[in-house]
Design a protein around this ligand. Structure first.
Ligand SMILES: Nc1ncnc2c1ncn2[C@@H]1O[C@H](COP(=O)(O)OP(=O)(O)OP(=O)(O)O)[C@@H](O)[C@H]1O
Ligand SMILES: Nc1ncnc2c1ncn2[C@@H]1O[C@H](COP(=O)(O)OP(=O)(O)OP(=O)(O)O)[C@@H](O)[C@H]1O
Lengths: 229, 229
């Protein structure tokens, strides 16, 4: 089981601690603000009040068995860089540092951070991709050119069976599964809805609200979303 | 084609503009800092210098045909809330506002923002999930209980064929594709590597560096990653 150290409990660092702890991870949380160290101490394995830009204070931390250190300090670039530099002296196998600018990132790489995360850039790209291709409910890259995507079934595919649509040959798209809602009424007469993941056969007929799970080249997936709806 | 308005060109807002424009979107970028309006004006359709907390200034913006407005102002919560409230008066069909705290989010919902994004929370969760389950290279939810996941092939599955592994019945996991590297040597004798996405048949034999693309219930995917390696 890995031991994680998170330095800087702003919104980002605090959330990392919460999710890691929730999933059973062992977390050492560090910050120089007492109110946030107090607030987090019942969630994590250890919550420590320390100024991580001070070599003496940082030497008091239980860093020997830490597998991954995450520096979540954001706005205070100087504190972020000094903390990263000091942590490098402790032979922690994996140091992940947050960067807020390209120069900040370059300095962090030079002082030896193993991975850099720029939160604003990551989320900015993600949000923009979703805005520009809203028919793609979700998309995860499988390789440089291929993805898995979730797409609403186009209107003109409804009531057709997969075999006759022949998407693999006509559009270079593989339908690997589909998500279908079931609306029923419970014993009290209340409407109930549940979602089912179906691995369709050729004679399965597509229904109006189906969500298709597709695999294919990115350009073929984009092409598919331009099918008349 | 949708028209996007992005107010607040900090790191997050600026990246949204860049990615939207890169993907062919029409972008109106707004900020009250001239240096960033100058820097972005060659990337976007319109770059406008305006204080969006001022009702008179905001009325000068070309908002009539805007389909989606994104408020990317972060630290300045007051400016973010005032801007969102003023934009609501322009009947923009979709207003996406950034929030930095839970109270901030509640206020934004009350004044009518259609969607709220908390960057630090989103990225914190995402990073933590990747740290806690590193065998899962990527995972996208297909429903509340199912996902598609990319996982390295376990050592003890190497040189076995899919039919005999019978993962669907033994582990409730569907291998829908696999990613395989091909290493060759080009005409000059230089090593070349390329990635291939394979839709395997039952008699296909798994190789050492294969990445499996799986579909299944989240708990079954997690279970799969605990297979001895
Ligand atoms: N020298 C230091 N030692 C320990 N903790 C520090 C130090 N400097 C800053 N921090 C802590 O790091 C946390 C985040 O720092 P900062 O405010 O610089 O980033 P932020 O960009 O506002 O964070 P977020 O965006 O995640 O909310 C704060 O809780 C702060 O107390
Ligand atoms: N009243 C306003 N009118 C127009 N733009 C504004 C106003 N107030 C702030 N902004 C702009 O919003 C942008 C981001 O704001 P802010 O600095 O509050 O957020 P941030 O959290 O630092 O952003 P990021 O994390 O994306 O870098 C800045 O470029 C700022 O000039």
């Amino acid at each position: 089981e890995k031991i994680f150290a998170v330095i800087g409990l702003g919104n980002f660092g605090y959330q990392i601690c919460e999710t890691l702890a929730q999933q059973g991870g062992e977390v050492i949380a560090v910050d120089n603000r007492s109110e946030v160290v107090e607030r987090i101490k019942n969630i994590v394995s250890q919550a420590i009040l320390v100024d991580t830009t001070d070599p003496e204070s940082i030497s008091s931390l239980p860093l020997n068995d830490v597998d991954v250190a995450i520096i979540g300090i954001g706005e205070n670039i100087e504190a972020n860089i000094l903390t990263t530099a000091l942590l490098k002296q402790y032979n922690i196998p994996r140091i992940i540092a947050r960067a807020v600018t390209p120069i900040h990132e370059r300095v962090l790489r030079q002082i030896g951070a193993h991975e850099i995360i720029n939160i604003e850039i990551n989320e900015g790209k993600r949000i923009a991709q979703k805005l520009i291709a809203p028919e793609i409910l979700d998309q995860v890259p499988l390789s440089e050119s291929d993805s898995v995507a979730e797409v609403f079934v186009p209107d003109n595919f409804v009531d057709k069976d997969l075999k006759s649509l022949d998407l693999r040959n006509k559009m270079n798209i593989n339908v690997i599964a589909l998500k279908r809602k079931h609306r029923k009424v419970d014993e009290a007469g209340n409407p109930e809805s549940s979602e089912e993941l179906i691995f369709p056969a050729g004679d399965d007929v597509l229904q109006g609200d189906d969500i298709l799970i597709l695999v294919g080249r990115n350009k073929d997936i984009t092409n598919f979303t331009r099918v008349k709806r």
